[in-house]
Design a protein around this ligand. Structure first.
Ligand code: MGD
Ligand code: MGD
Ligand code: SF4
Ligand code: MO
Length: 751
C-alpha cells in the first residue's frame, strides 16, 4: 500500500489500521484511518487503500469514538469485597496491585485445590479467542478453558466436521480476497451461484468473510444467489431462489438437494471418483429423502428445491457460504456433512469461483495448544485428564482443546467431579449476555461455586456486577497493537496490522493480560518473549516479519493456490488427497462411525417441534429461531452506545402480520415469548418476511440504563431470550443447541 501506517497531515496524525476488538467483532480487519489530534481520536473513516474492504465501514466502527470516550467505560483496575458482590461498590487500585491479587489467588487455588479448580471463560471471535487456550493452559496452568455456549454451537462444529471428514481446511466463498488486484486477477472467476445457507454475511461478516463482497459479485460479476433461510433477509430479496425453510430442518433440505443432484446425474463424476469416499452409500441414503417428502418436512415448495439444486449443480463454479444455523442445531454435524457433500460432488471445492480451502490444521491453531503446553511444562497430563466433559464428549473436546460447556454447568451445579472455585471472564458475558443458555442457572451456580472471580471488561455488565471481585479495564483496538488474521488461521484471506493510535485507560489488551499473568506464574516459559512485539513476531506473524516490518506492509495476503489436494498440499506427507482416514473427502465417514454416530448424513427433528412434540406444540404453537445478527451490536455489546441504540432501541421479535392479527398484536407492542423454561418480553415487529408459524427473537439483550445491582442486574431477565433457552439440548456427539430451532408461544403484555 502506498501510504505509510502513520502520517502527519493538517495538524493531525493519521494512523492506518485494521479494525478488530474490543469492542467485539470477528477478525474482519476492515481498513480504517484514525485521525488523532492532541492524543485524541477525532475522526474515523474507511481506508480506501485496504484491498478487501476498500473504504467501507459498518456503523459499529463508525461509532468507535462513542465507545472509547463513553462516560461509563471502565477506566482503571478495580476490586470489590466478596460480601459486596452484586453491589456497585468498587475500589480503585493500580494495575500492579490487580496483577498481584490475580497471582496470589491463582497460586492459592492451584496449591490448595489443584489448577483444575480455575476455569477461564471466553466468547467468540475477539482477540481473546485466539489466546483462550494458551491463556488457560500457559497463563493459569488450568485445563479448563470454557466456551460456554451449549453444545459449543458456533463454528467449532463446522471446523471439526472438516477436520474429521477431510483433515481440515475450512471452505469459504471465493471472493478474490487473497489477491491485491482482487476481481481483476487473472485466473479468478466469479461464482455463478452463491448459496447462503443460514448466513446473513452483510450483517455478520462472520469469521472474517467480508460479506459486502457478495454485493460486488452480484452487481458487477453476474453472481446469482440461493438463500436458505426461514426469513427473507435483505440479501434474500435479491436471490433467485429463496428457500424459506422451517427452522431446524436443514439436514432434510440438504439431503433433498443431494437427492436431485445425484438422481438426475448432475454431479461431477471425475471429482466423485478421484476425491470422494463413500459415494454409493450416500446415493443409497439420499433415496430416503425424495423431494416431495423434503418439501413436507421443510415447508418449502418442491419445485423450488428442485430448481435450486439444478441451478447450483449445473452452474460451475458455485459456492456455499454456510452459517451459524449449521451449528445451532443438534442435527448440525449432519447438516455440515451434507453441505460438504454437495460442494464435493459438484467439484466446487478449492476451485476459482467455488469455495476456497484453508490448509490442513497445523500447529498454529488452538488444536495443538495442548502439545505446546505440555512441552512448556505449564501443565501436566494428569491435570489435562481432569478437563471437564472431555471423556464424555471426545468428538468436541479433542479438536477444540476446551472442556464441554454443558458439562461445566453440570459441574458448577453439582460440584462433581470437583468444585470450580475461581472464574476468569475474558470476552464473555455469561450472565445476561449472549453465550449461555439457561442463564439463571449459570448465575446461581457460579455464585455458589466461585470463591474468586476476575474479569477483563470495557463496561460493567450483568456478569461483572453479579460476580467479579477484580476487574481489568480493556484497551480497545484503537489503543493497542496486534495482528488480525481472518478465519483464525483456518482459511486466511489476509493478515492485517492493527495499530495503536491513542492511550485512554489504565488497562490491558488480551495479549498483555496473558503475558503478564504468564510471566508471573510460569516465568521459565514466558521469559523467551521480550514483550508483545516479540511475541507477535515469534508466534503470530507470517514468517520472516518483525512487528515493525509487518505494520509497514500493513496487509499481507497469502498466495491463493487452487486444487491443493492434487498438488499434495492438503496432506503433511505431501501425497495427493486429503488427511482423512481414506485420504479423500469422506461422504461416508470413518471418524463419525468410530465416535458412535451414523457415518452418513441424516435428518432428525429438533427436540421440540410441530412434528416431534405435537402436543407441546399446541401449547407453544410457534417455531422460534433467535439471534439473527444486527448491524448495530455484537452479541450483548453496544447497548450503551446511544447512536447505535437509536437504530435498534429495543429487543425485537419478528412475527408475520397474519399471526399477529390473530393474536391482537400490533407493530410495536410488547409481547411475551414463552416456553417450558419461562418467559421474556420483546417488542413485536410485524414483517411479511417470516412464515406465519415462525417467529424470530433477537438475542443478547440487557439494559445498561437500568439498575445494575442485584437483583435487577441491568434487567437481563426481562428480555434476554437466553433466559428461556434450554441447557444440554445437544447432538449425539456433543455439538449443537436449539438456539435456532425452539418452539414458543407469543402473547401481548397486558400489565
Ligand atoms: N453485527 C454482528 N456481527 C456478528 C455477530 C454479532 O453479534 N453482530 N456475531 C458473530 C458470530 S459469533 C457469528 S457465529 C456470526 C454468525 O453469523 P451468521 O452465520 O450470518 O448467522 P446469523 O446472523 O445468526 O443467522 C443467519 C441467518 O440464519 C437464519 N436462520 C435462522 N434459523 C435458521 C435455520 O434453522 N436454518 C437456516 N438455514 N437458517 C436459519 C436467520 O434468519 C439469519 O438470517 O456472526 C458474527 N458476526
Ligand atoms: N439466542 C441466541 N444466543 C446466542 C446466539 C444466537 O444466535 N442466538 N449466538 C451465539 C454465538 S454464535 C456466540 S459466538 C455467542 C457469543 O457470546 P459472547 O462472545 O460471550 O458474547 P457476549 O455475551 O456479548 O460477551 C462478550 C463480552 O466480551 C467483552 N469484549 C469485547 N471485546 C473484547 C475483547 O477484545 N477482549 C475481551 N477480553 N473482551 C471483550 C464484551 O464487552 C462483552 O461483555 O453468543 C451466542 N448466543
Ligand atoms: S465488520 Fe464492522 S465492526 Fe467489524 S471491523 Fe469491519 S467495520 Fe468494524
Ligand atoms: Mo458465534
Amino acid at each position: 500500500m502506498s501510504k505509510p501506517w502513520k502520517r502527519e497531515e493538517n495538524g493531525e496524525t493519521i494512523v492506518r489500521s485494521c479494525a478488530w476488538s474490543p469492542p467485539g467483532c470477528h477478525p474482519v480487519g476492515c481498513g480504517v484511518q484514525l485521525h488523532i489530534k492532541d492524543g485524541e481520536l477525532v475522526q474515523i473513516e474507511g481506508d480506501p487503500e485496504h484491498p478487501v474492504t476498500r473504504g467501507a465501514l459498518c456503523p459499529r466502527c463508525l461509532a468507535m469514538k462513542d465507545v472509547i470516550y463513553h462516560k461509563d467505560r471502565i477506566k482503571y483496575p478495580m476490586k470489590r469485597a466478596f460480601e459486596d458482590r452484586g453491589k456497585d461498590k468498587w475500589e480503585r487500585i493500580t494495575l500492579d496491585e490487580a496483577f498481584d491479587i490475580l497471582e496470589e489467588k491463582t497460586r492459592y487455588f492451584t496449591d490448595t485445590y489443584g489448577p483444575e479448580s480455575i476455569v477461564v471463560f471466553c466468547g467468540t471471535g475477539r482477540e481473546a479467542t485466539v489466546y483462550h487456550n494458551e491463556l488457560t493452559f500457559m497463563g493459569f496452568g488450568s485445563p479448563n478453558a470454557c466456551y460456554a455456549q451449549s453444545g459449543w454451537s458456533c463454528y467449532a462444529p463446522r471446523v471439526s466436521s472438516m477436520a474429521y471428514l477431510m483433515g481440515g481446511g475450512y471452505p469459504e466463498i471465493d471472493y478474490a480476497a487473497r489477491y491485491p488486484d482482487r476481481y481483476e486477477h487473472p485466473g479468478w472467476e466469479a461464482p455463478k451461484y452463491i448459496m447462503l445457507w443460514g448466513k446473513d454475511p452483510l450483517k455478520s461478516n462472520a469469521d472474517g468473510l467480508w460479506g459486502h463482497a457478495i454485493v460486488d459479485l452480484m452487481k458487477d460479476y453476474g453472481t446469482k444467489l440461493i438463500t436458505v433461510d426461514p426469513r427473507v433477509t435483505w440479501i434474500g430479496t435479491k436471490a433467485e431462489y429463496n428457500l424459506q425453510l422451517r427452522p431446524g430442518t436443514d439436514a432434510a433440505m440438504a439431503l433433498g438437494i443431494l437427492n436431485v443432484i445425484i438422481n438426475e446425474d448432475l454431479y461431477d463424476h471425475d471429482a466423485v471418483e478421484k476425491w470422494t469416499y463413500g459415494f454409493d452409500e450416500l446415493k443409497e441414503r439420499v433415496q430416503e429423502y425424495p423431494t416431495d417428502k423434503v418439501a413436507e418436512i421443510t415447508w418449502v415448495d418442491e419445485d423450488l428445491i428442485i430448481g435450486a439444486a439444478r441451478a447450483f449443480a449445473t452452474s460451475k463454479h458455485s459456492a456455499i457460504g454456510w452459517g451459524l444455523s449449521v451449528d445451532q442445531n443438534p442435527n448440525g454435524i449432519q447438516v455440515g456433512h451434507a453441505l460438504l457433500s454437495i460442494m464435493a460432488i459438484t467439484d466446487n471445492i478449492d476451485v476459482p469461483g467455488g469455495c476456497t480451502l484453508g490448509l490442513p490444521i497445523d500447529d498454529d491453531t488452538n488444536v495443538d495448544m495442548i502439545r505446546r503446553a505440555l512441552e512448556a511444562e505449564t501443565i501436566d497430563e494428569a491435570t489435562f485428564s481432569k478437563r471437564i466433559g472431555a471423556e464424555e464428549y471426545p468428538f468436541v473436546c479433542q479438536l477444540m482443546s476446551t472442556n464441554h460447556p454443558d458439562s461445566v454447568l453440570d459441574t458448577l451445579e453439582t460440584q462433581e467431579p470437583y468444585r470450580l472455585r475461581m472464574g476468569v471472564f475474558q470476552s464473555s458475558n455469561v450472565v445476561g449476555g449472549a453465550i449461555s443458555a439457561a442463564q439463571e442457572r449459570w448465575l446461581e451456580a457460579m455464585k455458589t461455586s466461585f470463591e474468586f472471580v476476575a474479569a477483563t471488561e470495557l463496561f460493567q455488565n450483568p456478569t461483572t456486577m453479579a460476580l467479579a471481585d477484580l476487574i481489568f479495564p480493556l484497551k480497545t483496538w484503537v489503543e493497542h497493537d496486534t495482528l488480525v488474521e481472518s478465519h483464525y488461521g483456518f482459511n486466511v484471506a489476509f493478515n492485517g496490522a492493527c495499530n495503536k493510535a491513542i492511550d485512554v485507560v489504565e488497562g490491558v489488551d488480551d495479549l498483555e493480560f496473558m503475558m503478564k499473568i504468564g510471566e508471573r506464574m510460569f516465568p521459565e516459559y514466558w521469559k523467551q518473549f521480550d514483550g508483545v512485539d516479540d511475541y507477535l513476531a515469534k508466534v503470530r506473524l507470517p514468517s520472516g516479519y518483525t512487528w515493525e516490518s509487518f505494520r509497514e506492509e500493513g496487509i499481507v495476503q497469502p498466495e491463493e493456490i487452487y486444487r491443493k489436494a492434487e498438488k499434495g498440499l492438503m496432506r503433511f506427507d505431501g501425497e495427493p488427497g486429503y488427511m482423512s482416514q481414506s485420504g479423500r473427502i469422506e461422504l461416508w465417514s470413518h471418524a463419525y462411525s468410530q465416535f458412535g454416530d451414523d457415518p452418513l448424513p441424516y435428518f432428525i427433528e429438533p427436540p421440540r417441534s410441530p412434528v416431534s412434540t405435537p402436543e407441546l406444540f399446541k401449547k407453544y404453537p410457534f417455531v422460534l429461531t433467535t439471534g439473527g445478527r444486527r448491524y448495530t451490536s455484537f452479541h450483548s455489546e453496544h447497548r450503551q452506545i446511544e447512536r447505535l441504540r437509536e437504530i435498534d432501541a429495543q429487543p425485537i421479535v419478528e412475527i408475520n402480520p397474519n399471526a399477529a392479527k390473530r393474536l391482537g398484536i400490533e407493530n410495536g407492542d410488547w409481547v411475551w415469548i414463552e416456553n417450558e423454561f419461562g418467559r421474556v418480553k420483546q417488542v413485536a415487529e410485524l414483517t411479511e418476511g417470516i412464515d406465519e408459524r415462525v417467529v424470530h427473537a433477537h438475542h443478547g439483550w440487557w439494559f445498561p440504563e437500568q439498575d445494575g445491582e442485584e437483583p435487577n442486574l441491568f434487567g437481563f431477565r426481562q428480555s434476554n431470550i437466553n433466559v428461556i433457552m434450554p441447557h444440554k439440548e445437544i447432538g449425539k456427539l456433543g455439538f449443537g443447541d436449539t438456539f435456532k430451532c425452539e418452539i414458543c408461544n407469543i402473547y401481548k403484555v397486558t400489565d
